[in-house]
Ligand binder design. Structure first.
Ligand code: BGC
Length: 706
């Protein structure tokens, strides 16, 4: 339905053959100077959106001189059109620019953070979210998104787990494909015919999610066995789906920074996987190799291009030094021509040579961005991403029989209490750089609106996000302030208890702020912050039913909460429509079906803890905690608090008649499993059916479950 509607609303372009492209680019490159070829490889940053420390200068002049291939972080079709004009009307060769942006989980209509999105396990929904993001971004001038981020990670201390799809390589690969198709359609290998599809960029190649100790930008050291069996597949899947570009990661791979790693960027990516697009560095990835100890700017720039990098994001190492390296024979003309050609091919495939302003139709923003239909999709998909972690039966009033606390009844008074209860700017979640921060309702506002006339909704903040004001400032950057309250903890708590006293049910809106996860947001303590825990304890002591509505961008350690709180709904950061979606689930209009794609540990000491671990030679027997001389801990068992794949529902499902098509694998490697799933409860519901396999005998060790 949606795809059909979008199709009719967009202009189609005439199809060109690969030969047409080659002839066109041959002719263009014959007219290009060495400087202009190098210029195509330069990607400065501009605009107000901050995603790194450096800023580029004199960009307009450089564009007119033909020294810029693309720009990123500029928002608005009219502004992008004006900048495009500098390139196609004021530069010598009229080569259009690429305009990139981190459109990670939606543009202005924001979907759940990618980790939440992955918990839907719903490829159609995930593709639809990327499709809508492409429609909106392309309406505003953007031709290129730095997404999907497909880094596998097993370490929730790393804040960027919020941007990925969790710990499973197969699921991660399926999601990578869905995202690429959503952004690009499946035509980029030839040429995009439509003006509402954009080029994707799979990142961060490679292994960025395996940084030591979960600290961002940290060293990665991994065997090739582990790499190829457990981390590489999602990148490869994006390549198989025809992704137009790949971003090299900040980290080293096998002792060589990814940005200078020829084995990675050429042998694996191009020769083994057949990648046809271009490789861009991450933000200042080239100049950071000076700090890695690889050499000066000229050396690292030459290393990068010789390894297989085509575009330099922000470092200006290519425009600054490549000419000299060509003259000195450190970089061949052939290498320069190959990289320049790849960038021009991307522009050609996007259709920019024919229609440089194809993404700058000024009628489109009002028509295509933040539309009712897009927002309805975001609300539906957000509700699908929530994971019900606990739902105990409680007596809701004296004399009543205990029954599951959720879903709540649409009656009486509900108090929303907590620092995440009334914030608009924190709803979309990290990496939503184009979000309209004041236009999405807070949880309190959304519930009040949707339950008007049925439920009285009250609110109190109850506590600040964190006890430590300086930490709170670090955790609420980029306009996502939680407006720290200057009252004492006691005053905040007293106000909350008063509000709670007048309520039948308490919705405790607690957890992380949106910027406590994401880039440069690693943490070593994953408990709910102390001030919030104190609030939660006090709310539980009132004896009223408490639903913990958990905002988080990563798995937290919820051992105490699991033991004490009757109901926990993990809502991640659900995007622009999160408040309504939370209302839909809490009040039973939608039955939660999300399943975790990343393990929740019991404590930080268990990390890394993940489902596809190896067996070891001394595994602990099932159900045991400690046995001497077995692989275990003295102080905690080996089990997670909530395992990968976990998630409750308001109903129950029974699995029966499980059968395999053959008892052993067929020659073509396929086998079909059939199962009957019956809803045995009283609510309608959706179940994510999961199948795990284990290869029992082999020459190298394998995971206990894949
Ligand atoms: C991030 C990338 C992002 C880039 C451009 C970097 O700091 O690592 O994921 O695409 O900035 O904003």
């Amino acid at each position: 339905m949606l795809a059909a509607a979008l199709l009719s609303a967009t202009a189609l372009q005439e199809q060109k053959s690969p030969q047409d492209m080659n002839r066109f680019i041959d002719a263009l490159m014959k007219r290009m100077t060495v400087e202009e070829k190098i210029g195509q490889l330069n990607l400065p940053v501009t605009g107000e959106i901050t995603t790194g420390q450096a800023k580029s200068s004199d960009v307009a002049k450089k564009i007119e001189q033909g020294l810029v291939g693309g720009l990123f972080n500029l928002k608005e079709a009219a502004r992008i059109r004006d900048v495009q004009r500098l390139a196609v009307e004021n530069s010598r060769l009229d080569i259009p620019l690429l305009f990139g942006m981190d459109v990670i989980h939606g543009y202005e209509t924001i979907f759940p953070i990618p980790l939440g999105l992955s918990c839907t396990w719903d490829m159609a929904a995930i593709e639809e979210s990327a499709r809508i993001a492409a429609v909106e971004a392309s309406a505003d001038g953007i031709s290129w998104t730095f997404s999907p981020m497909v880094d596998i990670s097993r370490d929730p201390r790393w804040g960027r787990v919020s941007e990925g799809s969790g710990e499973a390589p197969f699921l991660g690969g399926a999601i990578a494909k869905a995202m690429v198709y959503g952004y690009q359609g499946n035509n980029l290998k030839e040429q995009l015919k439509r003006d509402d599809e954009i080029m994707a960029c799979v990142k961060h190649f490679a292994l960025y999610g395996a940084g030591e100790a979960g600290r961002d930008y940290n060293t990665v050291d991994m065997s090739r066995n582990c790499m190829f069996n457990e981390y590489m597949y999602p990148y490869q899947a994006a390549v198989e789906a025809g992704v137009g570009s790949v971003m090299a990661s900040f980290n080293e791979v096998d002792g060589v920074p990814a940005t200078a790693n020829r084995w990675l960027l050429t042998d694996v990516l191009r020769k083994q996987w057949g990648f046809q697009g271009f490789v861009v560095t991450d933000f200042t990835g080239i100049s950071e190799m000076i700090e890695h100890g690889i050499g000066d700017l000229q050396t690292v720039s030459a290393r990068a291009i010789n390894a297989g990098v085509d575009m330099d994001m922000v470092s200006e190492g290519f425009v600054g030094t490549l000419r000299k390296s060509v003259v000195e024979g450190k970089v061949s003309m052939k290498t320069l021509d190959t990289t320049c050609r790849r960038v021009l091919e991307a522009k050609y495939r996007l259709g920019l040579f024919d229609k440089p302003y194809k993404y700058c139709d000024l009628a489109r923003p009002a028509r295509d961005i933040f539309t009712k239909a897009h927002r309805a999709a975001a609300r539906r998909i957000a509700a699908e991403s929530f994971v019900l972690l606990k739902n105990d039966s409680v007596k809701q009033h004296s004399g009543a029989l205990p029954q599951p606390l959720l879903p709540l009844k649409k009656q009486g008074t509900v108090a929303v209490i907590g620092p995440l209860g009334n914030t608009r700017s924190n709803m979309p979640g990290t990496w939503s750089v184009a979000a309209r921060l004041d236009d999405y309702p807070s949880l309190y506002e959304g519930l009040k609106e949707m339950l008007a006339g049925k439920v009285t909704v009250t609110y109190a903040k109850g506590s600040n996000l964190l006890g430590d004001a300086a930490y709170e400032e670090r955790a609420t950057l980029f306009g996502r302030s939680l407006n720290r309250d200057n009252r004492t903890d006691r005053q905040l708590l007293d106000e909350a208890l008063k509000t709670a006293a007048g309520a039948d049910v308490i919705i405790a809106a607690l957890g992380e702020s949106s910027e406590m996860s994401g880039e440069s947001s690693s943490r070593t303590d994953l408990d709910i912050p102390d001030v919030q825990r104190t609030l939660l304890e006090a709310l539980l002591k009132t004896g009223k039913p408490v639903v913990l509505t958990l905002f988080t961008g990563r798995p937290l350690t919820l051992t105490w909460e699991q033991a004490h709180v009757p109901a926990i709904l993990n809502v991640w950061f659900g995007g622009s429509e999160a408040a309504y979606a939370i209302g839909d689930v809490l009040f039973g209009d939608v039955n939660p079906s999300g399943k975790l794609t990343m393990t929740f540990p019991k404590n930080v000491g268990q990390i890394p803890l993940f489902y596809n671990h190896k067996n070891t030679g001394r595994p602990l027997a099932d159900g045991k905690w400690f046995e001497k001389f077995r692989s275990n801990y003295l102080d905690v068992d080996n089990e997670p608090l909530y395992p990968f794949g976990y998630g409750l529902s308001y109903t129950t499902f029974q699995y029966s008649d499980i059968a395999l098509s053959t008892p052993t694998m067929t020659q073509d490697g396929s086998i079909t499993a059939v199962v009957t799933v019956t809803n045995t409860g009283r609510h309608e519901g959706t179940e994510v059916v999961q199948l795990y396999i284990r290869d029992l005998v082999g020459n190298i060790t394998r995971p206990c479950a894949s």
